[in-house]
Design a protein around this ligand. Sequence first.
Ligand code: FMN
Length: 446
Amino acid sequence: MSLREFLVKAKETGHLVTVSREVDPYLEMARVIDALDGRVALFESVKGSDYRVVSGICSQREYLALDLGVPQERLLLALAEVYANPVPPKIVEAAPCQEVIEREVDLNRIPILTHMEADGGPYVTAGVAVVKDPELGRNACYHRLMQLDERRFTTRIVEGRGTHTAMGKVEGDLEVAICLGVSLPVLLAAAMTPPQGVDELGIANALRPTSLVGCVTKDLEVPAEAEIVLEGRITQQTVSEGPFLDLTETWDIVRQQPVIEIDCITRRRDPIYHALLPGKLEHKTLMGMPREPGIYAAVNETCECCNVYITPGGMSWLHAVVQIRKRGADDGRRAIEAAFRGHGSLKHVVVVDQDVNPFDPYDVEWAIATRFQADRDLMVFEDQPSSSLDPSALHVPGQKARTAKMGLDATIPWRTRDGRLRSEGERAAFERVGYEAVDLEEYVLD
Ligand SMILES: Cc1cc2nc3c(=O)[nH]c(=O)nc-3n(C[C@H](O)[C@H](O)[C@H](O)COP(=O)(O)O)c2cc1C
């Protein structure tokens, strides 16, 4: 389903909010999107631009389930399935994203939002950057873009990931195509980190058919149904990138980052620009959810994983709850170690049994309160590589940030303090006991 087809679906199901009054992309639009957090919003009249703007399309798991045609509780399994089985996309000759070709580049025609007065500039936040690694092939990944002038951006390129390693393998500039207004499957796939050499667009295609088209000026292929494609080069020049309000709702560090020069813009006749509001629900859902299959796969290598939830309170990035079907006394501890392997940026993880709902913070806390003993069930890992997003980590310029990590095994303890294995009956004593249900209709209530 293209972005447009999704918007029709969102309208039919009552999820679409249409804003017809003119809105300014400088500060005002960010504030309106914030007030509508969690809703799909379409801005029909944008100050200074002919483009329409959409936001919030991935702000709820419900919207992803709607687009992919799977029930919400099966989303993780659907993602885990395609993560392991990408399908090479079909290449087409003509595409909606090339209805108009602009060789005279003027980025000012695009309604790029300035979110906060203190931002380093207007920021593109939902751009999927496609590059070709000379050895590993195509890579698709998000890179926020801070506008410098009418044809240049600076961009945040996290070290060690696909784009960064490809840059290290070419002399001079690296060709890039930044795709804006792409389908939900492309947005989801670009947020995943599959093993090196696996094509994210193949993952998108396995989720929903996603044809590609060759770029006009670059040797790259992009989703044919995209609204706008910026064809350009990542240069060797670096400038200050930021300030930028990030996922954690705190300011990211200002760093020296590469400049991207745009050589050509291709687009639909009446393009829709996708604005993703940093730090809010759409950012959080797209960061966390696509990491859950990686944790699920890693935990399944060591014990039986039933579900994974990267929680919004942990900025949808640093905290996860892992639900397992425990078959051995040490499964909880093994699941903790595996979860950290499955998502390198994970900082804290809680492991729960099958009778605890990982999506319910109250239930998870109940498991910690009734099953967990800190001197026995807490695992602490000192001085580990950290997410660059954690302000409390140790940050040294040019080096990977460092952090301590913690795992809580809040599963039923199968061993007693003296190491004896508890019988099934003894373990059952940890289960929650409920009252028999009654039908309130049968009672008179004042
Ligand atoms: C909304 C969103 C914004 C992101 N912004 C950036 C960014 O600015 N720079 C970056 O390097 N990664 C960013 N990421 C993370 C990458 O897209 C993600 O880690 C990607 O999967 C890396 O995969 P790769 O190793 O295959 O390149 C962002 C992710 C999301 C979901």
